[in-house]
Design a binder for this molecule. Sequence first.
Ligand SMILES: C[C@H](O)[C@H](O)[C@@H](O)C(=O)CO
Ligand code: MN
Length: 425
Amino acid sequence: MSNQTIIETYKLAKDVYSKYGIDTDKVLESLQNLSISLHCWQADDVGGFETKASSIGGGIQVTGNYPGKANTVEEMRADLEKVLSLLPGNHKLNLHAIYGEFNGEMVDRDQIEVKHFQGWIDWAKRNNVGIDFNATCFSHPKAEDGFTLSSKDEEVRKFWIEHVKRCREISNEIGKQLGQPCIHNTWIPDGSKDMCVDRLGHRTLLKASLDEIFETEYDSKYMKDAVESKLFGIGSESMVVGSYDFYLGYAIKNNKLICLDNGHFHPTEQVGDKISSVLQFVDEILLHMTRGVRWDSDHVVTLNDESTLIAQEVVRAGALDKTNVGLDFFDASINRVGAYVTGCRAARKAFLLALLEPTDLIKAHEEKGENFERMFLLEQAKSLPWGAVWDYYCLQQQTALDSEIIDVVQDYEKSHLLHRGEVLV
Ligand SMILES: C[C@H](O)[C@H](O)[C@@H](O)C(=O)CO
Ligand SMILES: [Mn+2]
């Protein structure tokens, strides 16, 4: 499609939306202000750059051995730069602590420092992105029995407390250097495969660990804390210490962000439905947008009912400025750059659709009890010409159109990904 056709089609779409009271130019401004945090771990199957790499643990699993995994920090940065070039809008990079540059040194998790992440901070400046950060409390010998911050082994618990404290300190420094808040998210794998009778004991220990970790207060200009719950993991099917009840209570009481990962709930629960509830009690939320498929919480995001409802509920609540959008998926069975591009573009499309929704009109019907009319308009909104608005946005942002993505990703696969070492699973 020529640029001229895209512009003309956009004008027609703009006209259609204006009849529903929607100003598409304003919508695109809001969409541009939405920053999406791109998780680094899709590039290398949650491997990281520690010298003594442990295999992935903590109840998460990556399946597949598609060629082209990023094996070095340079390869990962090249992939991320390629991905960013194919995404419209603003972004952050979401780093895990295992992605430091340790230069062949064995640096254990309780020893990490800002200097190990300086290369990423400089890279972020060059690429005009912010950074978010995560303690890595899994894939480590001291996490092998399934407990970290809630461990009854005091030495193990102290080790992980020190790790998370250091991660918060690093996050604060990242925020200072980049001049924007770095969200530090705490997710731990702790849980039990089978019936655990001392749930109270483990949860009491987790609370005590978090209280100790959060004793140091940082300026929210530079760093903010989030806590992430989970329903179950592989090997923690019967009890997860950091459950939703636990962390929602903790976040409300201690003024932390609650991280809502939509792969971490029962499949019939809707994270979209939780947003207007939790926002009554917490100032901000962190989203981990993902796609749960049966037992797996981490398939690539698509524009499905779930991602759509999440975005709609954020926008309907007027809560874009209270919502930090992150992605969380890892699929090693397909081209990883393609996975990023699909997932991130789908997440942004969900927000575009939500911003284009004629919510005031629909609400007016709802308030009159006209529920057929509400349902019909919601259906109609699905086929309004939002694709024309998306294409125009991509053009405006000087990034590839959907129709160009497959070729670009295939070219990169041929020129870069296929020349990398074999992925051994
Ligand atoms: C690697 C991430 O920290 C991890 O996916 C976490 O956010 C999670 O969702 C665990 O299931
Ligand atoms: Mn997550």
